[in-house]
Design a protein around this ligand. Structure first.
Ligand code: A3P
Length: 296
């Protein structure tokens, strides 16, 4: 397909993550206290990692000594399939302090069974598909993940995106899997949107903390802790830290490429009205009356 993807159970998974995803599926044992962050690539994973890490560890590290100042969010919250099961079938995850926070790009249907069966919680963040597409395109080109393959031009890539052929796609199935799970059991799956975090970070941080089982006390609120965490995890703050400007993940992805622009609506600079029309129609037909909508 030119993007290094393989089709599995109706989804297009990154080939290099396929084996580790299967290992995670077969071997990961979720604990009731675990928090699983699920996302499609380029939907706000890095941001959500920083926020949840900060919320869970706010009594462990004072905010001015948080490890986020010296480690990237990706080092602090590992991807199940990218970091944890990359090299080993059965890594020892027992000694990680609770709550353990892991991220994954796996569709809901492909998550390890123990995630479904245990009382662990899942936070899903998604982003309007136009921004997600543009963000991914630029990320992909910058990192040259498929060095040998000719990069697709934007029209070809968009065409494939609309056919569902992109990492973890089709986007509508990935989103609807978690959306329906959230509707069915909102205590198990929290569903948030990148745009909502941008619009009102304070109420979203509160909501995430409550969902994780670490609500802010009135005293903490009065001390301004929510604002401190939101500020620390903002694009401006994280993207300016030296640790996020240098180095890479597994020699494949430059840390700096996780921080590009961090805005809503950058797609207006890249996509034609015809492309936008096509996505709108696609969203109407795929999301139907599920209740899932994006402002475009
Ligand atoms: P853009 O390419 O539109 O700038 P992911 O973390 O899932 O890979 O998503 C990356 C996208 O989230 C990029 O979007 C990146 O700039 C943006 N991003 C990263 N950290 C962010 C933060 N703290 N706040 C807002 N957006 C952030």
């Amino acid at each position: 397909d030119g993007q290094g993807l393989v089709k599995y159970k109706g989804f297009w998974l990154l080939q290099l993550l396929f084996r580790p995803s299967l290992s995670a599926h077969n071997n990961f044992r979720a604990k009731a206290t675990d928090v699983i962050l699920s996302t499609m690539p380029k939907s706000g994973t890095t941001w959500l990692k920083a926020l949840t890490f900060s919320i869970a560890n706010r009594n462990v590290f004072p905010i001015d000594q948080t490890p986020l100042l010296t480690s990237t969010p990706h080092m602090l919250v590992p991807f199940l399939e990218f970091d944890v099961y990359w090299e080993q079938e059965n890594p020892n995850l027992e000694n990680i302090p609770c709550p353990r926070i892991f991220a994954t790009h796996m569709p809901f249907e492909i998550l390890p069974d123990s995630i479904h069966e245990s009382d662990c919680r899942i936070i899903y963040i998604c982003r309007n598909p136009l921004d997600q597409f543009v963000s991914h395109r630029l990320f992909f080109l910058e990192n040259k993940i498929e060095k040998e393959a000719d990069p697709l031009d934007i029209d070809e890539a968009f065409n494939m995106f609309c056919q569902g052929i992109h990492p973890c796609g089709p986007f509508w199935d990935h989103m609807l899997g978690y959306w329906n799970a959230h509707l069915e059991n909102p205590r198990k799956v929290l569903f948030i949107k990148y745009e909502d975090l941008k619009e009102d970070i304070t109420s979203q941080v509160k909501k995430i903390a409550e969902f994780m089982g670490f609500p802010f006390s009135q005293e903490e609120e009065e001390q301004g802790l929510i604002d401190q965490i939101s500020g620390l995890c903002s694009f401006e703050s994280l993207s300016n830290l030296a640790v996020n400007k240098t180095g890479n993940l597994k020699g494949i992805v430059e840390n700096s490429t996780f921080f590009r622009k961090g805005q809503v609506g950058d797609w207006t600079n890249y996509l034609t009205p015809a492309m936008v029309e096509r996505i709108k129609k696609l969203m109407d037909s795929k999301f139907g009356n599920s209740g899932l909508t994006f402002k475009i």
